[in-house]
Design a protein around this ligand. Structure first.
Ligand code: HEC
Length: 231
């Protein structure tokens, strides 16, 4: 591989990284709010798990996460005691986590609450979308959904989910707290949607480092091989 090609690859990667910080839009082109998340931040992920089990699991499942996963992922590394405590309240591995059966949920909310294991990858904008939806409930500004829940960021604005964090009627003092909860649970959902993403990034960095060193060695080798040849 030519040095030029390697440089091009590095530049392409850098611009990708920059692009991922850009404003995201939902499927209808509505610009989303940006969630401050860090899927390597153990504290944030654990807070997100708490929001998830305390609030979201009242209606949603997360079928693809297991208790073992919660203990094994270094990002969470929950103790067995902590996990047992969780399990007592919510059978995380038993498919549907809630007391509601999908049919009951449909009767109550008109729609079955989707499983959230991979929702962060399934929706455009991922964690930004989740954060925006959780903080996007409004008192139907233009009378668009008179008999439903208005949400600025949900495609079509009519969402069957009733404002889970109590965003609609919070007072100013709680805004930061609710925003933090929404970001934490968005981080948690982004993490469980792809629990090996951090591992992969670390491997990626090693590979890049290796390529840089290899390039240097090959360059020096080339110089020494050709040093005897008169130009
Ligand atoms: C009272 C029940 C209930 C609770 C609690 C609840 N949800 Fe929902 N949620 C729903 C329902 C019902 C839907 C389906 C909405 C629709 O399709 O209109 C939904 C949909 C969603 C969606 C999918 C939106 C989409 O694009 O399809 C996300 C993301 C979501 N909920 C996240 C959460 C999070 C995070 C929490 C916890 C903070 C939570 N929900 C708590 C009932 C609930």
């Amino acid at each position: 591989m030519k040095l030029k090609n390697i440089l091009m690859a590095v530049v392409a990667m850098t611009s990708l990284m920059v692009a991922s910080g850009a404003v995201q839009a939902n499927e209808h082109g509505v610009a989303l709010k940006h969630a401050e998340i860090d899927v390597t931040d153990q504290e944030q992920l654990r807070r997100g798990l708490t929001v998830f089990t305390d609030v979201c699991m009242g209606c949603h499942s997360a079928k693809y996460i297991t208790y073992k996963g919660l203990m094994d992922y270094p990002e969470l590394s929950l103790s067995r005691e902590a996990v047992d405590e969780l399990r007592g309240e919510h059978p995380l591995t038993a498919g549907l986590i809630t007391d509601l059966s999908p049919e009951d949920a449909k009767v109550s909310y008109g729609k079955v609450p989707p499983d959230l294991s991979v929702i962060a990858n399934a929706r455009r904008g991922g964690p930004d979308y989740i954060y925006s939806v959780l903080t996007g409930f409004e008192h139907d500004p233009a009378g668009k959904v008179p008999d439903g829940n208005f949400n600025e960021y949900f495609p079509g604005n009519r969402i069957a989910m009733p404002d889970p964090l109590g965003w609609l009627d919070h007072d100013e003092a709680d805004t930061a707290e609710l925003e933090a909860q929404a970001q934490d649970v968005a981080a948690f959902l982004a993490f469980i949607a792809d629990p090996h993403q951090n591992e992969r990034r670390i491997i990626g960095c090693w590979v890049l480092g290796f390529l840089v060193v290899l390039t240097l060695v090959l360059y020096l080798l080339k110089k020494s091989v050709w040093s005897d040849v008169k130009h």
